[in-house]
Design a protein around this ligand. Structure first.
Ligand code: DHB
Ligand code: MG
Length: 248
């Protein structure tokens, strides 16, 4: 791609709070309209939870929540797997945790890790609102500290792991996820496209480099088979990766 376009695209991605790349307002409007249509027709929603998440946005929190469509995808994946134990790295306000916990059978557990005590508090409140507090444990602290603790305590292997924290640490999160996995564990990683920046080898953003290193680790690990899917919608242009653990 000519440098001009690459530079403009990077500028657009960064100047729009990095979470909402605007690649032409008409596209953005249409993607949002289609997302709304999909949510209304297929996804469904819990008005109390949606209101709480909206309140967080209104209070100036970043737009780190997964879209409802992606939340429903996480729910479906957990159901398809019959997941009884789920690990989430990066709780934020608890929206994806709610989708994942709703998929658990009776007695199933979700452990979700959050570095920021304020976000964790908000997540606990949202989980109470959703009636799911009993199935979910929110652990506060940097995940590179709480993950080794989980392993020491004998947790795992988990059936499903969702990685959605600071992307620069994705390589470390992958290492610990693999220690907490078994043959048949599915790992899902959010935000792996980053407005297209993931395809730029020299991109200076440490989060882009974290995702690129993460992908290289996956590619070189014979236990893993994976793909990534690009998405457009209410959160702009991004994507997620699916990584299947085939041994361990
Ligand atoms: C970012 C993080 C997220 O988890 C997300 O869904 C969107 C953006 C970010 O760090 O920019
Ligand atoms: Mg995310």
């Amino acid at each position: 791609m000519p440098c001009f376009y690459r530079c403009i695209r990077s500028l657009i991605w960064r100047s729009c709070s990095s979470t909402t790349p605007v690649l032409g307002s008409m596209s953005e409007e249409r993607w949002t309209a289609v997302d709304r249509y999909i949510v209304e027709t297929l996804v469904g929603s819990d008005p109390a939870v949606e209101t709480a998440i909206e309140a967080g946005r209104a209070a100036g929190l970043p737009a780190y929540d997964v879209s409802p469509n992606e939340g429903k995808l996480l729910f479906l994946l957990a159901r398809i797997l019959g997941a009884r134990s789920i690990l989430e790295i990066g709780t934020f306000a608890g929206y994806s945790a709610i989708w994942l916990a709703r998929a658990l059978p009776p007695g199933g557990r979700l452990i979700t890790l959050e570095a920021d005590a304020g976000y964790a508090e908000r997540a606990r409140a949202n989980l109470v609102l959703a009636g799911l507090a009993g199935a979910v444990e929110v652990r506060v602290g940097p995940a590179l500290e709480t993950l080794p603790r989980l392993a020491r305590e004998g947790h795992g292997p988990f059936d499903l792991i969702f990685i959605d924290a600071d992307k620069r640490n994705n390589p470390g999160y992958l290492e610990w996820s693999l220690r907490l996995s078994r043959h048949g564990t599915l790992i899902v990683a959010d935000n792996v496209v980053r407005g297209g920046q993931v395809a730029e080898p020299d991109n200076a953003d440490p989060d882009v480099q974290g995702v690129r290193r993460f992908n290289e680790m996956i590619a070189s690990d014979p236990r893993l088979t994976a793909t990534a899917i690009q998405t457009v919608g209410t959160k702009g242009w991004d994507g997620f990766a699916l990584i299947f653990v085939t041994a361990g």
